[in-house]
Design a protein around this ligand. Sequence first.
Ligand code: DGP
Length: 114
Amino acid sequence: MTDCIFCKIAAGEIPAAKLYDDGEVVVFRDINPEAPIHLLIIPRRHIPTLNDLTEADATLIGRLYLAGQRVAAELGVAERGYRTVINCNRDAGQIVFHVHMHLLAGRELSWPPG
Ligand code: DGP
């Protein structure tokens, strides 16, 4: 999608601190971190929200988690812990309409989230 900021990051047209890219899934640091480690894990293919997923995307969504697991281990936070969150639409605070999983780590995270 031509006007999607995360599509442009995935394509390398906008710079981002990328940690992982396997062709299908890209991981980069959030520009506005809410924790010492705050990553965004995205499918390269443009999917606006969780509501747009189909059965055919089941493996792809699993790959988002596996990429997060991998990068969390590489960054040394797997044992201490981390949180993954996907916001969907307005009430959840989604502002970028390209499915993305937040991975937060490096501090104790309160629960429930706001
Ligand atoms: P959400 O509220 O779930 O849609 O989260 C969008 C996140 O995307 C937010 O934490 C800030 C981040 N973000 C927005 N624009 C950019 C950007 O250009 N680069 C990076 N690295 N992150 C961005």
